[in-house]
Design a protein around this ligand. Structure first.
Ligand code: MSP
Length: 528
């Protein structure tokens, strides 16, 4: 195995009961940005995603589609695979809970551990089951007799099934969270978890197979099917070999980060850690909880039918525009709106006119020279950032003249700030640092009228152009986790693709550069 530091990251595994939507796309892209960033840091990254294929919700959707559950999930599986590909997601593996070779042995093995620890017991139970949640809910979750989220009445279930002793672990989980061993981001979700822990009760962990047969059988009791969440959560360990490849599991576990949405916090911050503690396994290091992508103010969800196919904006504007929108416009840990109008405005304003214009302008100016050579040290400081610095809140207010030379500024101010933010999982803020730099470069070109210097003072123009090209190429390196294709195009346009940053000695302008073509606003059919 590799000597590098390892980093294991997961997405939640979506139910395959409907087509993927922008909420799924958000989670995939956020996780992908983190995975790609960690790879750039030189870590041995393992990025797992997968699909949650069992339970009543899937069985019923298959039924309405007049398909067997297996046929149904196989068709859905292809659609999700296609989205991962179209979004340029760099997952290393994909685990399906219906996979009887890779997933079942580990899921059943984990159950046995909990059983042997005395944490699984049989009990008769009466409760309200919401199929949308795949969970028992209580009277206080109802509005007019219906589940407040899924707008459907729950089913009254009275049966004998197995329970998991979650309550036993509430204290240990609290301690791990308070000690920072289990980090929950953002702070508000951590507080919410601590509150939920105060009332942690044991959970029903199986259903009679006569009612729910589409799932993993409970070991040593075929009359019961494992509760779909117990089955699904174990993907995080079966996906890295638990139950089939002990060496890989030992190496990869614990997860460094689980990326999830806020509606499934209880399952990940209470039930999952309790299962791991019961099995004597380590807890994940971080649970990263994102918010909602709303469509015109309402949560996008399959149950309400309020969904937008992420393929449409990708087809119209390209994958990197989509990735940019999701990270830049949806607050990393909060809710944000998706609207076709806003998408177009962002595309025009920040991509076509932002990075697109800046690059083509720079390349055009550079084309007056065969190449732009690295200036001598004494010439480096002749064209520093000027007014742009006072216009932008910067982290280094007392920057020296040397630091305000743009190429230095990027290395000493922008990049460290970008890294510090990504290390804290502040994806949107890190991306904004890059656009802050583009804004400074636009101002820089105007301040020194670099386009005029080309004729009037060609020697000096090359110094300024070095700074601009260096800053742009460095930005491309920083853009890699967010917009991998664009990053590569920018580096190619500047003649440094494949060259390590510390060996950049000259930039060369490419012939023609089309980062983000103009797209007609009227042709909205693709995103409506
Ligand atoms: N199958 C479970 C997860 C099991 S993980 C062991 C599930 N599936 S889901 O398809 O309903 O949701 C998958 C992910 O998408 C969850 O993290 C969920 O929070 C997220 N989202 C669902 N709708 C969303 C939005 N509208 N916006 C952002 N994320 C959303 O839950």
């Amino acid at each position: 195995m590799s000597q590098k530091e390892k980093f294991y990251i997961t997405t939640s595994i979506p139910y395959l009961n409907g087509a993927p939507h922008l909420g799924h796309a958000l989670e995939y892209v956020q996780t992908d940005v983190i995975a790609r960033y960690q790879r750039l840091l030189g870590k041995d990254v393992f990025f797992l995603t997968g699909s949650d294929e069992h339970g009543a919700k899937i069985a019923r959707s298959a039924d309405s589609a007049k398909k067997s559950p297996k046929e149904f999930v196989d068709a859905q599986f292809d659609i999700f695979q296609n989205l991962l590909k179209k979004l340029n997601i760099s997952n290393d593996d994909f685990i399906r809970t219906s996979d009887q070779e890779r997933h079942w042995p580990g899921a059943q093995g984990l159950w046995k551990k909990l059983y042997d620890a005395g944490d699984i017991y049989k009990s008769s139970y009466k409760g309200l089951y919401c199929v949308g949640h795949e969970a028992f809910i209580t009277e206080k979750d109802l509005v007019d007799g219906k589940c407040a989220d899924h707008k459907k009445p729950p089913e009254v279930v009275e049966e004998e099934n197995y329970f998991f002793r979650l309550s036993k672990y509430a204290g240990s989980i609290r301690k791990a969270i308070e000690a920072g061993e289990l980090q929950i981001l953002p702070q508000s979700r951590k507080n919410e978890t601590l509150k939920m822990l105060e009332e942690a009760e044991d959970v029903s962990f199986s259903r009679p197979s006569k009612d729910i047969s589409w799932g993993v059988p409970v070991p040593n009791d075929a009359s019961q099917t494992m509760y779909v969440w117990c089955d699904a959560l174990s993907n995080y360990i079966t996906g890295v070999g638990y139950g089939r490849d002990a060496g890989t599991f030992e190496y990869r576990w614990p997860a460094d980060a689980h990326v999830i949405g806020k509606d499934i916090l209880r399952f990940h911050a209470l039930i999952w850690p309790a299962m791991l503690l019961s099995a004597g396994m380590m807890l994940p290091k971080t649970i990263f909880v994102h918010g909602w992508v709303n469509l015109r103010g309402e949560k996008m969800s399959k149950s309400t039918g309020n969904v937008l196919d992420p393929m449409d904006p990708i087809a119209k504007y390209g994958v990197d525009a989509m990735r940019f929108y999701l990270i830049n416009e949806i607050p990393t840990f909060g809710d944000g709106d998706f609207s076709p109008e806003q998408f177009h405005t962002v595309y025009e304003g920040l991509l076509v006119k932002g990075i697109g214009n800046l690059l083509s302008r720079t390349a055009k100016m550079m084309s007056s020279f065969p190449s732009i050579q690295k200036p001598l040290p004494e010439a480096m400081v002749r064209y520093p950032f000027k007014t742009s610095i006072s216009n932008i809140a910067v982290s280094s207010p007392s920057a020296s003249l040397e630091e305000t030379a743009p190429s230095r500024w990027v290395d000493r101010v922008t990049e460290p700030a970008y890294r510090a933010l990504l290390d804290k999982y502040e994806l949107g803020e890190a991306l904004k640092k890059i656009w802050e730099l583009f804004h400074m470069l636009d101002q820089y070109i105007e301040e020194y009228k670099v386009y005029k210097m080309i004729k009037e003072k060609p020697e000096d123009a090359q110094i300024a152009l070095w700074h601009i090209a260096y800053a742009l190429a460095s930005s491309a390196e920083m853009l890699r986790p967010f917009m991998p294709e664009t990053a590569e195009k920018v580096l190619t346009a500047l003649g440094v693709a494949g060259i390590q940053k510390d060996s950049w000695s000259a930039f060369k302008s490419a012939e023609s550069i089309h980062l983000f073509p103009r797209i007609e606003k009227n042709n909205e059919s693709a995103v409506n």
